[in-house]
Design a protein around this ligand. Structure first.
Ligand code: UN1
Length: 509
C-alpha cells in the first residue's frame, strides 16, 4: 500500500513507457519488452516499464539533437533559471522520490532522501554556475589584437548510470550539462527504471513550465539494444558512464574509436589508514558509515582498513562492537542501518569473495553470512583480517566486506593504499600534521579524493568527483567539472590595419 501511495505521488502507474522526449512525449515502443522493477528487500515486483528498441532510441536522439539547436542559444543564466525550478520541484518531491529510491534499490530511507538532497545541491550549484562559465583572456603577442577563450555547448550527450545512485549521478551530469547548453539522453540502470521515470516526470513539468522541450530525454533499454547504440553513436559527442571497470573499458575504447569524449566513473577500492595518533571515536563512526552504509554498494565504500600495528588491538574490538549494533532489515524502517543487497547475484558474489578470503588465509572477525531469515538479499556486514594485500583485496566486490591489514611505517601504509588498480577515494585518520601532509602530497595518496579524519564516502557535490587509474579519470559535479560538458574555443581578434603573423614570421612582404 505504501508502494501505491509513493507511485501515486510521483504520477507513476503499474506499467510505464520507458522512453520520453521531454516534456510529456512518452513513447511506448510497440516492440519493447516489459522490464520489471523489483524491490530488493523482498524480490517482489513493484511495477514495470516498456523498454525501448533501436527505433525508439533513434527517435529520442533525433529529438535531442534538434532540441540542442535551440537550447544552445538560450542564454546560460536563463538555462540556470530552469534548473533552479527543477531544484525546487525536487524539494517538493524529496520525500516520495527518496522513498522510491529506497523501494527500488534498497538503500535506507535516510540515504534515499540524502540522494535526492544531493540532486538539489547540484541544482543549486548549477544555477550559480550558469553565470560563471568563465573563459580566460590572454595577452596577445601582436599589437592591437585581442585573444580570449569561450565555452560553447557541446551537443546532445549520453548519460549512462548505475543502480546504486540511480538519480543523483544523473543529476550531477544533467544539471551541469543543462546549464552548459547540452541536451541529454539518459539510459538508467535496468535495475532502477522506476526512479528514472519518476525523475523524468518531474523534469518534464519544469521544462513545460519554461516552454522548452527535448532537453532531458530518457531511454530505458538493454545494454545491447540501447547502451551499445549510444556509445557507437556519432551524434553524441560525449558519453558519461558510471559502472564497472570491465564495461567502462569497453565504453572508453568504443567512444575513443570514433574520437568521442567520455567521462568515466568506474570502480573504487577505497582505503582508510588508521595511524597511532588517530581519534578512535571518529575512526569507528567513520568506518561504520563508509563500510556499512548503502550496504557497501557505493563506489566510495570503504573496502580496506590499513591499521598501524600498535592500534590494531584497540580498534578492532571497538569496531566489532559497533558492527554488532548495526540493525539489518527493512530499509523503509527508520531504525534500520543496513538494507539488502541489490540482487541474489550480489549476495552470491559476496559469499564467494568471503569463501576465497578464508581459503587464502583471511580470518572473518565479524559477519560473513547471508541472512535469508531477514529477506532474500540480506547479508551481514563483514570484517575480514587479511595477512597481506592479496589479489582478492585488490578487486572491488560490491558488498559490505571490509578487509583489515596492518602496517608499520607510513610509507608502507601509503604503498598499500596505492597498491590497487582503482584510484577513487582514500583517507587517513591522524592528528599528526606530518602524516596528514605526507598523505596529501605528491608521494601520498594517488586517488581522486583524499580525506583527513573523514571516511571515504559521502563526498559533497562542490568538489570535482572522480578517480584515477582504473576508476577511469573522469570528474563530475563541482569545481570545474563543467568544462567536460562544453567545447572550448580560442578566439583571436585583429582590430589593427596590419596583418602581423605570430612567431614574427614574414610571409611574402
Ligand atoms: C557512487 O557511489 O556512485 O561520495 C557515488 C559519495 C556520494 C556519491 C557516490 N556522494 O559517496
Amino acid at each position: 500500500k505504501r508502494v501505491q501511495s509513493i507511485l501515486q505521488k510521483l504520477g507513476l502507474s503499474d506499467v510505464n513507457p520507458g522512453a520520453c522526449i521531454g516534456p510529456d512525449e512518452w513513447i511506448e515502443d510497440p516492440n519493447g519488452e516489459k522490464l520489471i522493477s523489483y524491490n530488493p528487500t523482498t524480490n517482489e515486483p513493484i511495477a514495470s516499464v516498456i523498454t525501448a528498441t533501436a527505433a525508439t532510441y533513434d527517435r529520442v536522439v533525433e529529438a535531442a539533437a534538434e532540441a540542442f539547436l535551440e537550447w544552445r542559444m538560450v542564454p546560460a543564466p536563463k538555462r540556470g533559471q530552469m534548473i533552479r525550478d527543477f531544484g525546487d520541484a525536487l524539494r517538493e518531491y524529496k520525500e516520495p522520490l527518496g522513498e522510491l529510491v529506497t523501494l527500488e534499490v534498497g538503500k535506507i530511507r535516510a540515504e534515499g532522501l540524502g540522494e535526492v538532497q544531493e540532486m538539489i545541491d547540484i541544482c543549486d550549484f548549477a544555477v550559480g554556475l550558469s553565470r560563471q562559465l568563465y573563459g580566460l583572456t590572454m595577452a596577445s603577442e601582436r599589437p592591437r589584437h585581442r585573444m580570449y577563450e569561450q565555452w560553447h555547448p557541446l551537443g546532445p550527450i549520453g548519460i549512462i548510470t548505475a543502480f546504486n545512485f540511480p538519480v543523483a549521478v544523473w543529476s550531477w551530469n544533467s544539471a551541469i550539462a543543462a546549464v552548459a547548453g547540452d541536451t541529454m539522453i539518459w539510459k538508467p540502470s535496468p535495475l532502477a527504471p522506476l526512479t528514472a521515470v519518476a525523475v523524468q516526470h518531474i523534469a518534464n513539468r519544469v521544462l513545460a513550465d519554461h516552454g522548452y522541450k527535448g532537453v532531458f530525454n530518457l531511454v530505458i533499454g538493454s545494454n545491447e539494444e540501447v547502451g551499445e547504440r549510444m556509445i557507437n553513436d556519432h551524434r553524441l559527442p560525449l558519453i558519461s558512464f558510471t559502472g564497472s571497470i570491465r564495461v567502462g573499458r569497453h565504453v572508453a575504447q568504443t567512444v575513443a574509436q570514433r574520437l568521442g569524449r567520455t567521462i568515466l566513473e568506474l570502480g573504487g577500492n577505497n582505503a582508510v589508514i588508521v595511524t597511532p595518533s588517530a581519534d578512535m571515536d571518529l575512526v569507528v563512526r567513520a568506518v561504520l558509515f563508509a563500510a556499512v552504509g548503502t550496504a557497501g554498494q557505493r563506489c566510495t565504500t570503504l573496502r580496506r582498513l590499513i591499521v598501524h600495528k600498535s592500534v590494531v588491538d584497540t580498534l578492532l574490538p571497538r569496531l566489532i562492537d559497533a558492527y554488532k549494533q548495526v540493525r539489518i532489515g527493512d530499509p523503509m524502517d527508520d531504525n534500520t542501518l543496513m538494507g539488502p543487497l541489490i540482487t541474489p547475484k550480489a549476495v552470491e558474489n559476496m559469499m564467494a569473495a568471503i569463501e576465497t578470503a578464508k581459503a587464502i588465509g583471511g580470518e572473518v572477525l565479524y559477519g560473513g553470512k547471508a541472512r535469508p531469515d531477514i529477506g532474500p538479499n540480506f547479508v551481514e556486514p563483514t570484517i575480514i583480517k587479511m595477512p597481506e594485500q592479496l589479489p582478492l583485496v585488490c578487486e572491488e566486490t560490491f558488498a559490505p566486506i571490509l578487509y583489515v591489514m596492518e602496517y608499520e611505517t607510513l610509507e608502507e601504509a601509503i604503498a598499500l593504499n596505492n597498491g590497487v588498480p582503482q584510484g577513487l577515494s582514500s583517507a587517513i585518520f591522524t592528528n599528526d600534521l606530518r602524516e596528514a601532509e605526507t598523505f596529501l602530497s605528491p608521494e601520498g595518496s594517488d586517488c581522486g579524493i583524499a580525506n583527513v579524519n573523514i571516511g571515504t564516502s559521502g563526498a559533497e557535490i562542490g568538489g570535482a568527483f572522480g578517480g584515477e587509474k582504473d576508476t577511469g579519470g573522469g570528474r563530475e559535479a563541482g569545481s570545474d567539472a563543467w568544462k567536460a560538458y562544453m567545447r572550448r574555443q580560442t578566439v583571436t581578434i585583429n582590430y589593427s590595419r596590419e596583418l602581423p603573423l605570430a612567431q614574427g614570421i614574414k610571409f611574402g612582404d
